[in-house]
Design a protein around this ligand. Structure first.
Ligand code: SF4
Ligand code: SF4
Length: 60
């Protein structure tokens, strides 16, 4: 399960462009993780403020 900490997320939208199944939805007030997120973990290292956690470890 992927989690976004709303107290840390600055709503920059960077992560939304890297999610393979497009499961991150940026609204004016929050970043939503949509139900079809596969918890692949790909987006985690792209967040400049470290707001995303969880998912499978990235291989490289
Ligand atoms: S864990 Fe994978 S599927 Fe889920 S939001 Fe991040 S990149 Fe997208
Ligand atoms: S990259 Fe991080 S700070 Fe930017 S919208 Fe995504 S979770 Fe929020």
């Amino acid at each position: 399960m992927i989690r976004v900490d709303p107290d840390v997320c600055v709503l920059c939208g960077l992560c939304t462009g890297v999610c393979p199944p497009n499961a991150l939805d940026l609204t004016p007030t929050e970043l939503k993780v949509l139900p079809h997120c596969t918890a692949c973990g790909w987006c985690v290292p792209y967040c400049p403020v470290g707001a995303i956690s969880g998912g499978r470890p990235r291989r490289r």
